[in-house]
Design a protein around this ligand. Structure first.
Ligand code: RUQ
Ligand code: CUA
Length: 674
């Protein structure tokens, strides 16, 4: 397409003005808007518990983090898509398969959104899902162990941003493509400027097993090559439907900041997922060859396994009438959020001057009476006016995300004008606005995306902090801000820094999680093949050039702590079992020169560190977690001899006494290996 160059200039200039606004922040108005009693409202006395767990995405650090609300205290980082040397996730032999993909081992990703499992549209405290934006995957974290239990890769996908969002009973978690691409099983070596012909978007519906949480891709929808941004499932009357925001309905493949902002309206796509499921069951889909990894942690062996899957079921809307509709939405919508009643769907067009609110009842009427405004790639487009409940006028600049308090109010974040705006869902009247410092992204109200918001607070996740904290060089912390929303006016209570870049977060009452928190792994249930469940089961075995050490850790020694007879060229596997059965007594293990990290082993668990000695000598290893008064004594040695040496393989704890003593008082001879 040829564009008149002066026209292009004007377009570029106006979009540049907008996007420079998108990057700006009102740092001049920095201040403390907090109220006098703010301190007492966020103060959780030493030894007291917070009221809510706040599960926050870590953005480009690939992890989730857990905070207490209202205190803003951070309790834990849960590694999901990124290696975590602090506990050996992605470094230990047991956890490495969790990061396997069709591209091989991928040790990093960009985690944007959290979805907490729900039953009947309300939080149930079972699982937290998170998306990998870069190499498309969804991870599932247990809210009992606070560990990643499962990761599934998404084929036919790129830029997994519209993900993960869940249906009312966690029947499905969905994943939509931000980047359209030539699909995996098509001719993928095509010129980029054939985007309009060759690039497709997909939405994957991933079924969740209600007993185990295990995920499997049930089907994928093949869709026009737009960019899917965010999504929400319906609830109540709209529970069989899913809503997806899309930008780049222009189908641009270059300079999207201009070329994907040309049209006045993009779309919110409405999908009847129940119908899609029926079509899939009725054989309307097509199985296509793909390749993707499915990784699952086994609780009993404490080991993840990775399986490659070769096929996925795809549904084409052309073969499945009455399944997908487009609703025009001004302009490059980001968030699409469904209110607690399930009747109202809020579209937040980043470049729009109003916030459109759609009515589910009107959507149904428009579909029934075929009130269409043409079609987009064969998908019927519903008339904007026919599905609109109304527009919030002059809400602010750059609306992104909306949350709900369950009392009929909506709260929308505005990136450009750096504020939260409270408005009435029915009357669409703006009720209140407060500044954020600065450039807010997502908001989170405890229970905000569910049928039953707990209200009380809204937390803003901000992109820029400028002068809010002590400076730390060119890179400053990102931040959350906690506001009291219990009254008519929002009140700023607290700033607290976050780990990585927070995108979405959810909060859930502590009472729904804390009593199910796992304390130990039962040692008698440990089925790890190299577990040593007591000192009498410890051993060192040679298998060719592999040496397997089954070691125990208990306060305050490692068994064995003297190992000899290992040679250069051997690969040593330290399988360390923490035989403690007390809560909060991890042991760690590290050895000099290891090219990976430590491992941190929970009570009853076995974890393995692989070590390839690179030189001859005696190497110390030790417990890395301060576990007792004699933690510093929790250490040992392994001797590495030359490749051809005939030093016998021996191992012991407490018996390999100093040579001089050994000759005068013969000590028990060290156990020698079979
Ligand atoms: S995003 S700041 Cu969820 Cu990746 Cu909106
Ligand atoms: Cu075990 Cu320190």
């Amino acid at each position: 397409m040829k564009v008149n160059s002066s026209k292009l200039f004007i377009l570029t200039a106006s979009v540049a003005a907008l996007t420079s606004g998108l990057q700006s922040c009102n740092s001049s108005s920095a201040g403390s808007a907090s109220t006098n009693d703010a301190a007492s409202k966020v103060y959780v006395a030493p030894g007291k518990h917070d009221e809510f767990y706040n599960i926050v995405s870590g953005g480009f650090n690939g992890q989730m983090s857990v905070y207490g609300i209202p205190s803003g205290r951070m309790f834990r980082i849960i590694p999901v898509f990124s290696q975590h040397p602090e506990n050996g996730y992605g470094f230990s032999e047991e956890s490495k398969p969790m990061l396997n993909t069709s591209h091989g081992f991928v040790p990093w990703d960009d985690l944007h959104h959290i979805a907490l499992s729900t039953t009947n549209g309300e939080h149930d405290g079972r699982w937290a899902f998170g998306n990998a934006n870069n190499t498309p995957r969804i991870g599932r974290v247990s809210l009992s162990t606070f560990r990643t239990e499962e990761i599934i890769e998404i084929p036919n996908s790129a830029g997994n941003h519209s993900s993960p969002f869940i249906t009312e009973n966690t029947e499905y978690v969905v994943a939509g493509t931000r980047f359209s691409i030539p699909l995996d099983n098509s001719n993928t070596d095509v010129p980029i400027n054939t985007y309009k012909d060759n690039f497709k978007g997909t939405i994957s519906f991933i079924a969740v097993d209600q007993a185990t949480g295990h995920m499997s891709i049930d089907f994928q929808l093949l869709l026009p090559g737009v960019n899917f941004d965010l999504a929400r499932a319906g609830k109540g009357p709209s529970k069989d439907w899913f809503f997806f925001s899309c930008y780049n309905s222009e189908k641009a493949n270059t300079l999207l900041e201009v070329n994907a902002s040309a049209k006045d309206k993009d779309f919110i796509m409405a999908v009847n997922w129940k119908k899609a499921q029926e079509y899939a069951r009725a054989g309307k889909g097509k199985k296509v060859p793909v390749k993707y990894a499915h990784n699952v942690l086994d609780e009993k062996t404490h080991t993840a396994t990775s399986t490659m899957i070769n096929e996925v079921l795809t549904l084409d809307p052309k073969d499945c009438p009455d399944m997908v509709y487009m609703m025009p939405c001004p302009k490059s919508p980001h968030g699409t959020d469904v209110d607690p009643t399930g009747e109202y769907i809020v579209g937040s067009g980043k470049l729009a001057a109003t916030i459109p609110v759609f009515s589910f009842a009107k959507i149904q009427q428009a579909i029934a009476s075929k009130n269409f405004d043409g079609s987009y790639d064969g998908i019927p487009v519903l008339k904007y006016d026919a599905v609109l409940h109304g527009e919030v006028q002059k809400p602010g600049l750059g609306p992104l995300h909306t949350e709900f308090d369950g009392k009929g109010n909506a709260y929308t974040s505005f990136f450009v004008s750096s504020e939260i705006v409270k408005w009435d869902i029915k009357s669409l009247k703006v009720l209140d606005r407060v500044p954020t410092y600065y450039s807010v992204g997502h908001l989170s109200i405890p229970g905000g995306p569910t049928k039953k918001p707990w209200g009380k607070y809204v937390i803003a996740y901000n992109k820029i902090t400028k002068d809010r904290y002590l400076p730390t060089g060119p890179e400053l912390t990102q931040s959350a801000q906690l506001y009291d929303i219990s009254g008519e006016k929002m009140k700023l209570l607290l700033d607290f820094p976050t780990v990585g870049e927070p995108h979405y977060a959810e909060s859930i009452p502590a009472s729904l999680i804390m009593n199910n928190s796992k304390k130990i792994y039962k040692i008698e249930e440990n089925q790890h093949p190299y577990a040593a469940k007591g000192d009498n089961q410890t051993k060192v075995e040679r298998k060719g050039n592999e040496v397997h050490v089954s070691m125990t850790a208990v306060r305050s020694h490692l068994t064995p702590d003297n190992i000899e007879g290992v040679k250069l060229g051997d690969v040593v596997y330290f399988h360390v079992t923490n035989v403690e059965q007390d809560w909060d007594v991890p042991h760690g293990f590290a050895i000099k020169g290891a090219n990976n990290s430590e491992i941190l082993i929970m009570p009853g668990e076995t974890q393995t560190l692989k070590w390839q000695p690179d030189r001859i000598g005696v190497f110390p290893f030790y417990c890395t977690d301060f576990c007792s008064a004699l933690h510093q004594e929790m250490q040992g040695y392994i001797r590495i001899s030359p490749a051809g040496s005939n030093v016998a393989l021996t191992y012991s704890t407490g018996t390999n006494l100093p040579a001089a003593t050994a000759t005068s008082t013969p000590a028990t001879t060290p156990k020698s290996s079979k």
